[in-house]
Design a protein around this ligand. Structure first.
Ligand SMILES: O=C(O)CCC(=O)C(=O)O
Ligand SMILES: [Fe+2]
Length: 567
C-alpha cells in the first residue's frame, strides 16, 4: 500500500493557484506522522508519494529541503494535461510527448540527486486542472503503454487523498486492485470543517484500511496452503485441500450425475421479426422458457460450428500455457479481472476447483489489455470478435424478450445503457480426484443481465436447479446456453428468472466453458420496467445501482444478492 498526497498542478505554474512549498511540506510531514502513529508496530509501512504535479525545479528544491528527514517521500509526476482533454491516449502514445515527459522526469531525478533527501522519483498519474482523476484521465492513462509500465513496475495499492478547496471536501479513494478501478472504487467524500478535521478523517480512513489490510493478510495466511491453483494441484496429483471440500450445503450432497433434462431449444433466427406465425410461436416459446427455466439452448445464432470450435481451442491453448506464462495475466487479490482461482473473501468459503480468466470487453476504453493473453497468437482477436458476435446475440435477445412481454423493443437495452459492460469469462475445470466432494463452480445465479455460455463440446458439467432439483444440462455442440441473470430478473419484475446453476468436476477429463455476459453501466439505476408493475404484480425489487458491487458484498457476507434487493 502507498499513500499519495497529490497536489495536482498546485506545485507548478500551470494554473493560477499554488500551494506554497512550506504548506505542502508541512502537510506531507503531518501525513508521515499519522503513518508513523498508525503503523507504529508494523515493519512494512506504506510509501508516501508526494506531490503529484507539475515539475517546477525551484518549488521542488524548496520542498525537498523542508522534508529532508523523511526516508520515504517520493515524487509522483506525470502530466497528462487537463482532465477534460479527450486526447490523453494519443498524447501518451506520441513518442515526442513521451520524450518531453522523460526529460521532465530526468530533471526531477537530478533535482532529487543534488538534494539531501533520499527520496526517489516516481512516475505517476497526474493531470486534470478539472476532472482530475476522473474517467478521462484515469482511462487515458490505463489504456496506454505508460499505464503498463506504471502498473507493472510500480503498481501498488494506492490510497489517494485529494483536496478540493472549492467544495471543502476531502476525497479519499482506494485503488486497491488496479488503476482502472481508481475512478469508481471506494470514494468517501467527507464534509470537512477544519484542517484538524481533514487530518482526523484521513487518519480514521487509514486505520480502516490498515485493519482491512491486516485482516486480509491473516486470511491469506489461514488459507495459506492455497498457493497452488486447482490446475497445478490437478497436474501434481494433489488431493483437494479441505478448503475445497463441500461439507454441508443448502443444496444437499453433490450428486455429480442427476437426471438429464433437455432445457428448451430456441431458434433465435426466428425471433427478429414478429410478423410470421413461426416467429410468434418462437417468441412465446422464449417467454415460457425464460419464465419457467430461466435458461435455454440457442440455435440459429449464425455463428459457424468451426468458429465455436476455434474459440474452444484458443481457450484450451491458453490454459495449457506454462504456469509462468499465465502468471503474466494474474489477477490481483481483490480483483475480478485476470487469471486465477476463486476470489478468497472469507475463511469459511468453500473454493471452486477451477481456474478462470475474466476480462472486460466493453466499454472498449476500459479494456485492461495487459491482462489479455498474447498467446496463443490469435487469442486477442478471437476474444474481441467472438464477444462482439455474442453482444449482437444479446441485443437480439433483449429486444425479443421485450417484445414477448409487449414492451418497447429497446426497453431493456436502454436500462443497460450505452456503456454497458460486456465481460468474458473462460472457465477451466481440471480433472479432480474427488468429484463427489468438490465442485467446479459453486451454486450461483449470474449477476449479469444475461449470460451466453459456450459449453465444452465433449465434457458435461453444467447443472441447473429447477423446482429444488438439480438437472444435468445436455451438450448440444453447436448451441449456446443462455442464462438469465439477476439484472434481468429485476428489470422484468421477476417475470423471468435467473436460474441457480453450478458446474461439477470429474476425475478424468478437463472441461472448458466460455461465458460472455453483460451488465448495466455501474452508475446507472436499474429497476423493474414500469409496464410490468401493476396491482396483480406489485413491484418486487427496488431500483439499484452497481449490482456487481452489491453482489460482491453479499458474496463476502454469505448472502444472496437478489434477495437483498427485494422489497
Ligand atoms: O462452466 C459452466 O458450465 C458454467 C459457467 C458459469 O456458470 C459461469 O461462468 O457463470
Ligand atoms: Fe454462471
Amino acid at each position: 500500500m502507498s499513500l499519495r498526497l497529490p497536489g495536482n498542478e498546485l506545485s507548478g505554474r500551470g494554473v493560477g493557484v499554488r500551494v506554497a512549498e512550506d504548506q505542502y511540506a508541512s502537510d506531507t510531514i503531518s501525513l508521515q506522522r499519522i503513518e508513523q502513529d498508525v503503523y507504529e508496530s508494523i515493519e512494512s509501512k506504506p510509501l508516501i508519494i508526494a506531490p503529484g504535479g507539475f515539475f517546477d525545479a525551484n518549488w521542488f528544491n524548496e520542498f525537498t529541503s523542508k522534508t529532508t528527514k523523511s526516508e520515504d517521500v517520493t515524487r509522483c509526476i506525470y502530466n497528462l494535461g487537463p482532465g477534460a482533454d479527450e486526447h490523453h491516449v494519443e498524447k501518451i502514445l506520441d513518442p515526442s510527448y513521451l520524450d518531453s515527459e522523460a526529460d521532465t522526469f530526468k530533471r526531477l531525478q537530478s533535482t532529487l540527486k543534488s538534494s539531501v533527501t533520499s527520496a526517489t522519483a516516481w512516475l505517476g498519474e497526474a493531470g486534470g486542472a478539472y476532472n482530475g482523476c476522473r474517467n478521462l484521465v484515469t482511462n487515458g492513462f490505463v489504456f496506454s503503454f505508460c499505464a503498463l509500465l506504471w502498473h507493472r513496475l510500480m503498481g501498488r495499492n494506492v490510497l489517494l487523498t485529494s483536496f478540493s478547496g472549492i467544495h471543502q471536501v476531502v476525497e479519499i479513494y482506494l485503488d486497491d486492485t488496479s488503476l482502472s478501478l481508481a475512478a469508481t472504487s471506494i470514494r468517501d467524500p467527507m464534509p470537512l470543517h477544519s484542517t484538524g478535521a481533514v487530518w482526523n478523517a484521513i487518519k480514521d480512513y487509514i486505520l480502516q484500511l490498515q485493519k482491512r489490510e491486516l485482516g486480509e493478510r491473516l486470511l491469506h495466511r489461514t488459507m495459506g496452503s492455497l498457493s497452488k491453483t486447482a490446475h497445478e494441484m490437478s497436474i501434481d496429483g494433489d488431493e483437494p485441500p479441505p478448503q475445497y471440500i463441500v461439507k454441508e450445503s443448502t443444496f444437499g450432497p453433490i450428486d455429480s450425475s442427476p437426471p438429464l433434462i433437455p432445457i428448451p431449444i430456441i431458434d433465435i433466427s426466428l425471433l427478429s421479426s414478429t410478423s410470421s406465425p413461426s416467429s410468434i410461436e418462437e417468441l412465446e416459446k422464449l417467454r415460457s422458457a425464460l419464465s419457467s427455466w430461466g435458461c435455454f439452448q440457442a440455435i440459429g445464432h449464425g455463428i459457424p460450428d468451426s468458429y465455436l470450435d476455434k474459440v474452444r481451442e484458443v481457450a484450451k491453448q491458453f490454459f495449457a500455457l506454462p504456469v509462468d506464462e499465465k502468471r503474466k495475466y494474474s489477477r490481483a487479490d481483490r480483483d475480478g479481472e485476470g487469471h486465477g482461482g476463486d476470489l478468497i473473501v472469507s475463511e469459511k468459503q468453500v473454493l471452486d476447483w477451477s481456474d478462470r480468466l475474466a476480462l472486460k470487453i466493453l466499454p472498449e476504453d476500459e479494456r485492461r489489455l495487459n491482462l489479455w493473453p498474447e498467446s496463443p497468437a490469435e487469442f486477442r482477436e478471437i476474444l474481441h470478435d467472438y464477444s462482439m458476435k455474442i453482444n449482437s446475440v444479446l441485443d437480439l435477445l433483449f429486444k425479443a424478450i421485450a417484445m414477448s412481454l409487449n414492451l418497447e423493443a429497446d426497453c431493456f437495452l436502454k436500462q443497460f445503457g450505452e456503456r454497458a459492460h460486456l465481460i468474458a469469462r473462460f472457465n477451466f475445470y481440471p480433472p479432480c480426484p474427488r468429484p463427489d466432494q468438490v465442485l467446479g463452480l459453486k451454486p450461483h445465479s449470474d449477476k449479469s443481465g444475461m449470460t451466453v455460455l459456450l459449453q465444452d463440446k465433449e465434457v458435461e458439467g453444467l447443472h441447473v436447479l429447477k423446482d429444488d432439483q438439480w438437472f444435468r444440462v445436455p451438450i448440444i455442440p453447436h448451441a449456446l446456453v443462455v442464462n438469465v441473470g439477476d439484472q434481468m430478473q429485476i428489470m422484468t419484475n421477476g417475470i423471468i428468472k435467473s436460474p441457480i446453476h453450478r458446474a461439477v468436476t470429474n476425475s478424468e477429463k478437463l472441461r472448458i466453458s466460455v461465458a460472455v455476459s453483460n451488465e448495466a453501466e455501474p452508475e446507472r439505476e436499474i429497476g423493474p420496467a414500469e409496464a410490468l408493475i401493476d396491482e396483480k404484480r406489485p413491484r418486487l425489487y427496488r431500483n439499484v445501482k452497481n449490482y456487481a458491487a452489491i453482489n460482491f458484498e453479499c458474496f463476502q457476507k454469505g448472502e444472496i444478492a437478489i434477495t437483498t434487493v427485494k422489497i
